[in-house]
Write a protein that binds this ligand. Structure first.
Ligand code: NDP
Length: 520
């Protein structure tokens, strides 16, 4: 499927520059830029505690996808900036690693408090950068960023290292930092996903160079200020902004970077894996990639809970979460009852102004991304049925040209259709039916991805039997997006390599060292 639109938006990567220009044009930005270029703030990179302009001297536009306003100019970083950031991180890392764990955890805890203090500001930045509803940013993204820091502060402080005693010898296995870690993150949950990596990495004594998506760069920048305010020494957290191939790839490839944690599309993940292994030294690699997650709805489910869960799973953040439900598999006998209920609930979702507290579905992340989702609608018109949605809603004023799309339910779709097989990453769910448990599992497992699944049934024994047979890294039974940060997070098949969360993050962001001595 290389080159298809589902492949981590490869076409979007290639055409990013063109897309940037087109976005600007579509929003009349070219005119605005000529008139008031000085009004558009410039973001800096954070290197060695300083605000640093890109070596290229050039900038990209960060466009609010809801109204086309250019929010800021994003440094177009490249290898030179990456080199400087890795050098700064390397210089700062050893002193940070030698800082007592209690102090490192204090910095993490304080950062959590500062994120909570600045919740409204950060939520606004996130909502404007991504197009997501402000309510979602305030209740999901930003609180989770704070939780990531607080969780790892407590988790790392409470950890004990194992000691093995045998034949008069004592073996202690202690954890030490990896060194400098490179973090590459996507645009859908910018601060949430970045902090999921930054918190354990810093807590374990590493220094970080982060490359956030250039589409949503502002909270990664804001985090630099908060970390500094919390007492993180200069150079321990660095950001390089810019395009994936220009700034992300050199970071991943850099010989001074000992571990790379990447979250993004599967095709990009494959490139990252290649780049990470291309140098003279091997690196640790964690890949959190795409998903095509199924909800298995059995006839004996709690119908209200299942409908609400599928709608939430399908359309939270406009379906732009790797964990979103995108395939709904319904037991045949339940379909006549289930489908009208689902349709009514989806039609009731309020699409529109991300700044409005009542909005359920905001703008997609860009016009280009909406174009990609609309490509799947064309396919649905040809080979399936669009039960509802898929229109550009008529919104007034600045929002008229925003990247909005009403939530879509596609029915009468075949398992081999690209609508079922490929990651759309938008507000679109497909509905298929199954006759029995075996068929439900066969359909659920019949895709290249294996990130999550949800099972809706009142029969706990059946739910656990089904969960055991699902080829996904995570299974939710009668719920969605319930996360204990101590548990393993990650996917199987093309959804990723490795796990993060709790002890799995400790394993990734540290190296085990065994010290052996005679027993006293
Ligand atoms: P992409 O894969 O396009 O990009 C992710 C990040 O990688 C961005 O910062 C991007 O920069 C950068 N990048 C792009 N090309 C390269 C390269 N050659 N080398 C190094 N870095 C590169 O993902 P999206 O931002 O479009 O995010 C959506 C995808 O992320 C979906 O597939 C989704 O499923 C997945 N995802 C997975 C999650 C998980 O935990 N499994 C969680 C959330 C999302 P740039 O922005 O400049 O392209």
């Amino acid at each position: 499927m290389e080159g298809s639109v589902s492949e981590g938006f490869g076409w979007l990567q290639r055409d990013r520059e063109v897309a940037q220009r087109d976005l600007g044009r579509a929003y009349g930005f070219a005119k605005r830029e000529a008139a008031k270029v000085s009004d558009v703030p410039r973001l800096s990179q954070r290197i060695g505690g300083k605000e640093v302009a890109p070596a290229s001297g050039t900038y990209l536009d960060n466009v609010n996808p809801a109204n086309g306003n250019v929010l800021c100019k994003v440094p177009r970083g490249d290898t030179r900036d990456v080199d400087a950031a890795v050098e700064a991180a390397t210089a700062a890392q050893i002193a940070w690693a030698n800082t007592p764990l209690t102090e490192r955890c204090r910095v993490l805890r304080r950062t959590a408090e500062l994120i909570e203090r600045d919740l409204d500001r950060l939520a606004r930045l996130e909502s404007e950068d991504t197009g997501k509803p402000i309510r979602l940013a305030r209740t999901l993204d930003i609180p989770r960023a704070a939780r990531n820091f607080r969780f790892y502060a407590d988790f790392l402080a409470a950890r004990t290292e194992p000691t093995f005693r045998r034949d008069g010898w004592k073996h202690l296995t202690a954890r030490g930092p990896v060194g400098v870690v490179g973090l590459v993150t996507p645009w859908n949950l910018p601060l949430y996903l970045l902090t999921w990596k930054v918190a354990p990495a810093l807590g374990l004594g590493n220094a970080v160079v982060a490359k956030p998506s250039e589409l949503t760069p502002r909270t990664a920048d804001a985090l630099a200020d908060l970390l500094a305010e919390a007492g993180l020494p200069a150079g321990v957290y660095n950001t390089v902004h810019g395009l994936g191939p220009e700034a992300g790839e050199p970071l991943v490839r850099h010989p001074g970077v000992r571990a790379v944690s990447f979250t993004g599309g599967t095709a990009t993940g494959a490139k990252v894996a290649q780049a990470a292994s291309s140098g003279p030294s091997p690196k640790k690699l964690s890949l959190e990639l795409g998903g095509k997650n199924a909800a298995l709805v059995f006839a004996d489910c709690d119908l209200d809970a299942a409908v609400a869960g599928v709608v939430r799973g399908g359309f939270t953040n406009g379906g732009q979460i790797c964990l979103c439900t995108s395939r709904v598999l319904v037991e045949k006998s339940l379909l006549p009852t289930f489908l009208p209920r689902l349709e009514a609930a989806v039609r009731a979702l309020k699409v529109g102004d991300p700044g409005d507290e009542a909005t359920d579905v905001g703008a997609l992340n860009s016009l280009a991304h909406r174009g990609k989702v609309e490509g799947y609608l064309e396919l649905a018109r040809k080979e399936a049925n669009i039960l509802c949605g898929g229109e550009r809603p008529s919104l007034s004023g600045e929002l008229a040209d925003g990247a909005f799309l009403t939530p879509v339910i596609v029915t009468d779709v075949k398992q081999q259709s690209r609508l079922v097989q490929e990651e759309v990453f938008g507000p679109l769910i497909t509905v298929q039916t199954f006759a029995d448990e075996d068929e439900a599992i066969r359909l659920a497992n019949g895709v290249r991805y294996g990130l999550t699944s949800t099972v809706w049934t009142k029969d706990a024994t059946k739910a656990q039997r089904v969960a055991a047979r699902l080829d996904t890294g995570m299974v939710w039974i009668n719920c969605w997006l319930v996360r204990d940060l101590a548990t393993a997070f990650g996917g199987v098949k093309d959804s990723g390599v490795g796990r993060e969360g709790g002890e799995w993050s400790v394993d990734f962001y540290s190296e085990a060292k065994t010290v052996t001595m005679k027993e006293d």
